[in-house]
Design a protein around this ligand. Structure first.
Ligand code: MOS
Length: 696
């Protein structure tokens, strides 16, 4: 940071918009006032694969207040080939059950909902395939995996290294479909005015929404404005425009009035994307002291018939632990299902569950402490790229965590600790997540009254990003934060990337700092220090600087420690303690950072013990598509949870020195719990979630 820093960064601060949120003053996507507003209700397909043979809107149109029913026969036309997922209401084809095939627009939400239940749709159906299996005949090798990693990697000779190893571990882990459930559903208010499309949208990034809507509707980018001032969570599902915003824009054009459209809770289970189920085979070959010679991770996941989504499940294994012989592969199958999408730490999270479970199994097989096993296999350079790490503090996290948790002296024997009916166990897991930065632009204006306004189209999805950028700007301007105003969440502001991939604060603060530095130079050059009445503005983009970054392996790291107890009669698992230590560069705001980290750890608990999309093969859809039947961890499931971080100065990241903390909290968390369950019970559950009957 700058020499004259005011020390705002690193100080605890509540969210700037916290009061507005708890008093209801903060506006979410469907809460903006709109004159003569109407309501849209999406209609999902009841068939799994086939075509609509007939659609009869008459009973819906007969409901008082219903204005129109949009479907493939009458909806405004969209540009083809932008994104097959968003080519909505254009064709009679049905690709998966729950795909949106109509929208009812009405004067009231009640009328829209009633109408939606009355649209009569007949289908011609054909047989569907919706179950992922390692024996599926449709398995294929995608050209790359997300976002642009090679599909397979190999170095050394895995087969030779593995067969020569003293200790061999070969285990297959399975994770089910997981569904994002942000508090605010996907929701949009859309209106057309003088050929311009304005949407208030619940999104993780309004710049991509603006670009995609412009393409879909054949408009210049400037003709679309996307506002996302407050967003009630996304977890990846809002990282790119999905159905709701497109349906709202189509409906608003059709009825020529503003339309509010929010998906229902049940409609979030599928059409917005979900975490793909995975089948992961991990093989580790080591010597008797636990030094790994050979490491292989083969991952299988699913995509839809609409478009290819190839999750990077095994990528975590490429860079995490040292071994001369290594291989990773990804295979995919196209099923008649909704397209999977990002869910917090896509790829790394399920991948780490498998690898960090396998490391625990290897530690037991070698008779080496699982913390020590990880330290012993810490690589000096990135085993995948051969590049140096910008900083790698996994070992520091493991040591600090072991110390805080009280790991020393642990008896590794399963079922050794008991408290009445409860068996008690402890487990550990490592974690890493890439520390990336995206190009962004930011503007800052110095006003004659001594205040500053910072503008950037960043998005705060509830994480505290707005507050973090405000603190960063104050330090970069060397003024007290009270003199700085920050504006985000509007595509009319300088463009910036999504709140995703744990890249938000790194990318945005980079642009904000550079804009502030440029402004300070100009202020120094201002004769007499008097500013023009409309102030002095600097606007910069980091595109060149981001592109010119040195090639280095940049990752955040973490270590999770868990204590569980398992009821010997019922198999119930309770998590008594979760402790995480992270190395994520500079922590801008400890208040919101801790909140993000324990949020991620809690989602790992949810993954370990609760979350599972249960597919009904007959319909190719999930049976449990609400919060009553799809179990998400609640506060009562978290007894004691602690997040800490080690001091880390990394000059090879970005000017703020941050690595991002959006996702590192969930990576490895589920494995630590699964490992603790094994320690408690002696039962190794390799298919999540760990439900009680699997322990009895
Ligand atoms: Mo996160 S799943 O990269 O929004």
């Amino acid at each position: 940071m700058t020499a004259t820093s005011t020390g705002a960064v690193g100080r605890e601060h509540p969210r700037l918009e916290g009061r507005d949120k708890v008093t209801g003053a903060a506006r979410y996507a469907v809460e903006y006032p709109a004159e003569a507003v109407t309501y849209g209700w999406a209609v999902p397909a009841a068939a799994t694969r086939g075509r609509i043979s007939r659609i009869d809107p008459a009973p819906a149109l007969a409901v008082p207040g219903v204005l129109d029913v949009l479907h493939h026969g009458n909806a405004p036309r969209l540009t083809p080939d932008v994104d097959p997922e968003l080519f909505l209401l254009q064709e009679p084809t049905v690709h998966y059950r729950g795909q949106f095939v109509a929208v009812v627009v009405a004067e009231s939400i009640e009328a829209a909902r009633e109408g939606a239940g009355l649209v009569r749709i007949d289908y011609d159906t054909v047989a569907h395939s919706t179950v992922l299996s390692e024996h599926h005949p449709g398995l294929y090798r995608p050209d790359k995996v997300n976002p642009s990693y090679p599909t397979d990697t190999a170095s050394g000779d895995f087969d030779a290294g593995y067969s020569a190893a003293e200790v061999q571990l070969d285990a297959t882990y399975r994770t089910p479909a997981h569904h994002n459930n942000p508090m605010e559903p996907h929701a949009t208010t859309a209106r057309w005015q003088d050929g311009r499309l304005l949407v208030q949208d619940s999104t993780q990034g309004s710049s991509p929404v603006q670009a995609t809507l412009a393409q879909l509707f054949g408009l210049p980018r400037e003709a679309v404005r996307v506002v996302a001032e407050h967003v009630g969570g996304g977890f990846g599902s809002k990282g790119y425009p999905k159905a709701a915003v497109v349906l709202a824009a189509l409906a608003a054009r059709q009825v020529d009035r503003p339309v509010r459209l929010a998906l229902t809770r049940q409609q979030l289970f599928g059409p917005i994307g979900y975490r793909t189920p995975t089948i992961q085979r991990v093989r580790l070959g080591a010597d008797a002291e636990g030094r790994i010679a050979a490491i292989c991770h083969d991952a299988i996941s699913q995509t839809s018939t609409l478009t290819e989504f190839a999750e990077q499940t095994a990528v975590y294994t490429r860079s995490m632990y040292a071994a001369p012989h290594r291989r990773t592969t990804h295979r995919l199958v196209r099923l008649d299902v909704p397209t999977p999408f990002w869910m917090r730490a896509p790829g790394e999270c399920p991948g780490a569950y498998a690898l960090e479970s396998a490391m625990d199994e290897l530690a037991i097989a070698c008779g080496v402490d699982p913390v020590e096993l990880r330290i012993r296999n810490d690589p000096a350079v990135d085993p995948d790229s051969g590049q140096p790490f910008s900083s790698r503090n996994l070992v520091a996290c493991l040591r600090e965590g072991a110390h805080r948790f009280g790991w020393a002296g642990r008896d590794p024997t399963p079922r050794a600790r008991r408290d009445g009916r409860w068996l008690i166990g402890t487990g550990v897991a490592g974690a890493s997540y890439p520390a990336r930065g995206l190009a962004a632009a930011a503007a800052v204006t110095a006003a004659p009254d001594g205040s500053f306004e910072v503008r950037i189209n960043a998005t705060d999805i509830g994480t505290g990003a707005r507050t973090a950028l405000w603190l960063v700007a104050a330090d970069a301007l060397a003024v007290p934060p009270e003199r700085v105003r920050i504006r985000i969440g509007d595509s009319d502001l300088p463009p910036a990337g999504v709140a995703g991939g744990s890249m938000g604060t790194a990318s945005w603060s980079w642009a904000v700092i550079r804009a502030c530095e440029t402004l300070r130079e100009r202020l120094r050059d201002t004769p007499g220090g008097t500013l023009p009445p409309d102030g002095l503005t600097a606007e910069v983009s980091t595109a060149d600087e981001v592109r010119a970054q040195r090639p280095l392996a940049r990752y955040a790291y973490g270590a999770h420690f868990a204590e569980v107890r398992v009821d010997t009669d019922t198999g119930e698992v309770r998590v008594g303690r979760l402790l995480g230590v992270f190395a994520a560069g500079r922590i801008v705001n400890p208040t919101t950072a801790r909140s993000q980290l324990i949020g991620g750890m809690t989602m790992g608990l949810s993954m370990a013990l609760h979350e599972e999309g249960v597919l009904d093969e007959r319909y190719g859809d999930w049976v449990n598509h609400d919060l009553a039947t799809y179990h998400v961890t609640g506060c009562a499931d978290v007894e004691r949870i602690e997040a800490y971080w080690v001091a880390e100065e990394d000059a090879e990241l970005n000017p703020a020195g941050v690595k991002g903390i959006g996702e590192i909290g969930i990576v490895g968390s589920a494995a630590a719990i699964a490992n603790a369950v094994h320690h408690a019970t002696g039962v190794r559950v390799r298919d999540l979630p760990i439900r009680l009957e699997k322990l009895l």
